[in-house]
Design a protein around this ligand. Structure first.
Ligand SMILES: Cc1cc2nc3c(=O)[nH]c(=O)nc-3n(C[C@H](O)[C@H](O)[C@H](O)COP(=O)(O)O)c2cc1C
Length: 262
């Protein structure tokens, strides 16, 4: 699928078909996409536990968080718990050597010498600082975003869910202390129409991006906006006129018991 359309049409899908399992190959493709994302030092700190509702043991299912929108976890045939393995930073030297060997970084006759004498010791020194929340999370986010687009391309719906107590989830899932749980991503076949009520609103472009200094809005070209509209990337903001009726229908069809958001 064309990238622009995929970016425009992907949205968080909160209503999934609970009775329709997701093929393992589709989940694998998501994980393969996550694995290929960029990461500082190429250390690949993004990890995941895939939890299949109809296969996972009871204690693992019970470890799943009940975040805002707990119904989403209940409906999802698959939940991917994404986490960061901070210990990956300890292997940055090996990863950098791989990159030089692969011809990805550096040039010239001196690159191996510089790698061993400068880059590897430098990264070894800063690795502990790189384990705290920050850069790792950015890189993990890139991986999760790639997995999300892959899910969308395969006709799946997903929604990322935060947890009020990610460390409790980590402990319940038996992950080592060196890990930080990032987000649980529900995955399944959408119960809602693919438009899911329309493209979700965003803050104005000019408020978000600057050019050549803080406070100077990046000029937004109307021609580019028009082009991206034509390509289906930028759409009118939700809600579509029939969204409330669709939500009522989903509530009945999925026998949702709660009132409101949870
Ligand atoms: C890291 C992360 C955590 C999120 N946590 C929740 C959550 O706990 N509950 C929820 O309903 N949506 C959650 N979302 C989904 C956002 O609310 C959603 O992305 C936003 O409303 C924009 O909608 P869209 O993804 O359809 O464009 C989360 C999204 C991200 C990226």
């Amino acid at each position: 699928m064309e990238l622009r359309k995929a970016i425009g049409n992907r949205r968080s899908i909160r209503f999934l078909l609970p009775h329709r399992p997701v093929e393992r190959e589709k989940i694998q493709r998501m994980l393969e996409a996550a694995r290929l994302a960029s990461h500082w030092g190429n250390v690949n700190s993004l990890r995941a536990i895939v939890i299949e509702r109809d296969q996972a043991p009871k204690d693992v299912l019970e470890a799943l968080p009940s975040p805002v929108g707990g119904y989403q976890i209940q409906l999802a045939p698959v939940v991917i718990v994404w986490y960061v393995e901070t210990a990956a930073a300890d292997h940055v030297g090996e990863r950098l050597r791989e990159l030089v060997k692969a011809g990805a970084i550096g040039y010239g006759d001196n690159k191996v010498k510089q790698l061993e004498e400068t880059l590897v010791p430098l990264f070894a020194q800063i690795a502990p600082a790189l384990k705290v929340p920050g850069l790792n999370e950015v890189d993990c986010g890139q991986g999760i975003a790639q997995a999300t687009l892959m899910a969308f391309e395969q006709g799946l719906g997903t929604c990322c869910l935060g947890s009020g107590n990610p460390d409790a989830v980590r402990v319940k899932l038996g992950l080592p202390d060196s890990c930080r749980v990032l987000v649980s991503q529900t995955v399944g076949y959408p119960a809602e129409n693919s438009e899911a009520g329309g493209q979700r609103p965003r803050l104005p472009f000019e408020e978000l991006f600057h050019l050549n200094g803080y406070g100077k809005p990046f000029p937004r070209s109307g021609a580019v906006v028009e082009e991206l509209r034509r390509d289906g990337m930028i759409q009118d903001s939700a809600p579509l006129p029939w969204r409330e009726a669709e939500l009522l229908y989903l509530r009945k069809a999925l026998e949702l018991k709660g009132e409101g958001l949870i």
